[in-house]
Design a protein around this ligand. Structure first.
Ligand code: MEV
Length: 420
């Protein structure tokens, strides 16, 4: 058996790493080429972004059109592997325009850094920490004069006693305005820097010092009024309200409901080089704060139009991290035309709402499979080996037959080739 213990792998140049992997996995020349060929993310940049790089990975960038948000026109770059998502967002945004598009707001870009203090009397320690809040804030802000000069920095300290299976603890929160950054670096640096002071104040032992991805002080909100006639009439309004009621009552449905929202939000997070796992974790944790609930709401206004809202934490940056390093992320941010991380988060909330509305409207009416079918058929045709105009010919037959299956795609391709 070949060993995965490869000493000094991380020190090797990319080509040599790839050689080692090729030996291990019996990769053919053309397979190595697939890995080594980069698109717009040059290998030297990729190699500096993470460890042990052997290549880059590409996904499509699709543009969602029609978005009118707070009176401003946006084109939305979305990076996603799933068919129909971009079309659905564009379609929902078109319908939202009838009543002025999306309106957004936010709490501003405040993140939480957690400091875990064990072996202390948590209630007394809590008061002592709060008493010396200013000193803690000052120490935190010494770490990042740049952020402070931009109007950000640590703005508050919170503390609470927590019962755990390892005994009582004190949990201190640094509240940090991170401006246009996602904020993990700034917050983690501050949390680590104030830890000795917190130990001195509490007499306890600090263990974890880390950002919380449950960014409850960094909420983005959006709403839209969907004109009842523009979306297909009263039937559709009732259908969406029933779909929402289902999600509100049932966590199995609610998970899929929220997943659809994240189709839009994560696609923008990826397109702009942001940490989409942080956004996903925050969203689902926020949804679960009072029992797992939808991140959107729907109600009817007095004219029978459908009113949709969304609220969730969206911790994204427009500077720092891979956003500043990945050239594709920079171009996507330019297409979006956002002036701040806060604006980016509000746009993402609006797209999340659009995505959710589109899904519920489709599900409550014709279902989503019809929209999915031709794109899915195209993927199957390409996987079956169809080239050039063979692709469309295979798609046409699969869709007509309503047999969108890999085995059928292969058969149809063979038939087409046999016929010449
Ligand atoms: C598929 O990626 C997303 C949907 O399942 C969302 C939903 O069911 O609301 C269509």
């Amino acid at each position: 058996m070949k060993s995965s213990r490869i000493e000094g792998f991380y020190r090797l140049p990319v080509e040599e790493r790839l050689e080692k992997v090729a030996e291990f996995a019996n990769l053919k020349e053309e397979e190595k080429e697939i890995l080594f060929k980069t698109g717009s993310l040059p290998m030297d940049i990729a190699n500096r972004m993470i460890e042990n790089v052997i290549g880059t990975f590409e996904l499509p960038i699709g543009i969602a059109t029609n978005f009118l948000i707070d009176g401003k026109e946006y084109l939305i770059p979305m990076v996603i592997e799933e068919p129909s998502v971009v079309a659905a967002a564009s379609n929902a945004a078109k319908m939202a325009r009838f009543k002025g598009g999306f309106k957004t707001s936010s709490t501003g870009p405040r993140m939480i850094g957690q400091i875990q203090v064990a072996k202390t009397n948590p209630h007394l320690a809590r008061l002592k920490v709060l008493e010396r809040k200013d000193e803690i804030i000052e120490k935190a802000n010494e770490q990042d004069p740049m952020l402070v000069s931009l109007g950000g920095g640590c703005v508050d300290v919170e503390a609470r006693a927590l019962q755990t299976i390892e005994g009582d603890m004190l949990i201190v929160h640094l509240i940090v305005d991170v401006r246009d950054a996602m904020g993990a670096n700034a917050v983690n640096t501050m949390a680590e820097a104030v830890a000795p002071l917190i130990e001195k104040i509490t007499g306890g032992r600090v263990y974890l010092r880390i950002i919380s991805n449950l960014a409850t002080y960094r909420l983005a909100r959006a709403y839209a009024i969907f004109d009842k006639d523009a979306i297909g009439g009263e039937e559709v309004v009732e259908g969406v309200l029933n779909a929402y009621a289902f999600a509100l009552a049932d966590p199995y449905r609610c998970t899929t409901h929220n997943k659809g929202i994240m189709n839009g939000i994560s696609a923008i997070a990826i397109a702009t080089g942001n940490d989409f796992r942080a956004v996903e974790a925050g969203a689902h944790a926020y949804a679960a704060m009072n029992g797992y609930k939808p991140l959107t709401t729907y109600e009817k206004d007095r004219n029978g139009n459908l009113v949709g809202t969304i609220e969730l934490p969206i911790a994204v940056g427009t500077v720092g991290g891979s956003t500043s390093v990945n050239p594709i992320a920079k171009v996507n941010l330019k297409i979006l035309g956002v002036k701040s991380a806060d604006e980016l988060s509000r746009v993402m909330a609006a797209v999340g709402l659009a995505q959710n509305f589109a899904a519920l409207r489709a599900l409550a009416t014709e279902g989503i499979q019809r929209g999915h079918m031709s794109l899915h058929a195209r993927n199957l045709a390409i996987s079956a080996g169809a080239k050039g105009d063979e692709v469309e010919k295979v798609v046409e037959i699969l869709v007509k037959e309503r047999r969108i299956r890999a085995d059928r795609a292969r058969e149809v391709l063979e038939e087409i080739r046999r016929r010449g």
